[in-house]
Design a binder for this molecule. Structure first.
Ligand code: PMP
Length: 407
């Protein structure tokens, strides 16, 4: 993507014009959440002003229009992930709820005492705790794939963890701390050789790299709308129909039922079985708009441009004495974690903020990973396609100043 294209794209994101302490905002916290293009915000406004009515089963015009928009959004998501069927797309509150849904429902359907779940050392808490809760509930064991010094998962150690008790493997597609792009296709293939299912946490992948759930052969794939330029409060669970059909509902209520009596309730078919209560039909419509926006730019173009940005930022960061990049995997996405000398990451983040630069500091909801590295946390800069090399230059100059002050 050329300079002019990025300039045009930046105009779609009004927040990028904001001044922070009288400085131009430089937003490098895209791993936590991305900013929203005007079309997504307008879609929300339009839905509330012109399309608002509770969906499904309504006979009136607005309800039918809103239902259509919600179900069209499901089709857009299915196409975005290249799912075989739109019924395999379940709307959730986000990645976290999607993983909890699978941990609960898959656990109920398929797991018993003595079974094992495999996660990796670099997971976000939301891909650890739901499995720990399942293990506690059922008397199961959690196994952990280790990584090497660069932050790449040890595939041989992973193979050795799989045994006749293993029921499911749940790993991130991209690490939110290290930026490592995990070899998920290989991980899935290995699991399937032992009839073990795989969930991929795609929260940090879908905004940056093309994802095809059928090619990957993922059993479950999850992501959050807010990390891919969509609204907060909605996300996606993709699941193979065959598994979703065998899993019990996660929550009970309206929408998810076929018939209800005090003696017996029967459940609705997919995808509604897993969508109890009034769904976020405005959120789904806005998510679909965000996905169209991304598709218009082209996810391959985004991946190439962000790779350029990340490579440039890494090179420039290494100019700074005492710089330690945390996570140096061969395959990396648009995330750079770092530490400088003995300076506390929080101090760097706080001073950068005063210069208008938003980065994240701390354990990034991946405490076991941070502990395994023997550090307190990191400073994390994470990029989006609206970021520029000029912003990186300003960031480096600011960081040099900050480091000088703190040393
Ligand atoms: N997994 C990963 C890899 C993440 O980066 C995040 C968000 N930081 C989550 C899961 C949780 O996403 P959410 O809070 O949107 O549910």
């Amino acid at each position: 993507m050329d300079k002019q294209q990025i300039e045009n794209i930046r105009k779609d994101f009004p927040i990028l014009e904001e001044k922070i302490y009288n400085k131009d905002l430089i937003y490098f916290d895209n791993g936590a959440t991305t900013q929203k293009p005007r079309c997504v915000v307008e879609k929300i406004e339009q839905a509330y002003y012109h399309l608002n009515a509770n969906i499904h089963r309504g006979v009136h015009f607005l309800s039918q229009k809103a239902t259509e928009a919600h179900e069209d959004a499901r089709t857009t998501v299915a196409e975005f992930l290249h799912a075989a069927k739109r019924e395999e797309i379940i709307f959730t509150r986000g990645t976290t709820e999607a993983i909890n849904l699978v941990a609960y429902s898959f656990g109920e359907a398929f797991c018993k005492a003595g079974d094992e779940i495999i996660v990796s050392v670099l997971e976000h808490h939301s891909n650890i705790v739901p499995w720990q809760m399942l293990c506690e509930r059922k008397g199961m064991k959690l196994q952990v794939i280790p990584m090497n010094e660069s932050g790449e998962l040890n595939v041989e150690a992973y193979k050795a963890l799989i045994n006749e008790h293993t029921k499911l493997v749940s790993v991130a597609h991209v690490s939110n701390v290290l930026g490592t792009v995990n070899p998920v296709a290989e991980i899935i293939k290995i699991a399937h050789q032992s009839n073990v299912l795989v969930l991929i946490d795609g929260a940090q992948a879908v905004p940056h790299i093309p994802v095809n759930v059928v090619e990957l052969d993922a059993d479950f794939y999850v992501f959050s709308a807010h990390k891919i330029y969509g609204p907060t409060g909605i996300g996606v669970l993709y699941g193979k129909e065959t598994w979703l059909n065998q899993m019990p509902p996660y929550q009970g209520g309206g929408e998810m039922i076929a018939t209800v009596s005090f003696e017996k309730t029967t459940y609705n078919e997919l995808p509604f079985k897993f969508e109890a209560g009034t769904p976020d039909y405005v959120g789904s419509t806005a998510l679909a708009e965000a996905l169209r926006y991304v598709q218009n730019i082209g996810i391959e173009n985004i991946a190439a441009y962000e790779h350029e940005l990340t490579t440039y930022a890494t090179q420039r960061l290494l100019e700074i004495e005492g710089m330690r990049i945390i996570g140096t995997a061969k395959e990396k996405s648009a995330v750079i974690s770092f530490l400088v000398g003995n300076i506390h990451p929080y101090d760097i983040g706080m001073l950068l903020d005063k210069l208008g630069i938003a980065v994240r500091t701390g354990h990034h909801c991946a405490q076991p990973l941070i502990d395994s590295l023997g550090i307190l946390g990191t400073v994390r800069a994470s990029f989006a396609f609206y970021n520029t090399k000029e912003e990186i230059d300003i960031f480096i100059t600011a960081l040099k100043k900050v480091v000088q002050m703190l040393e």
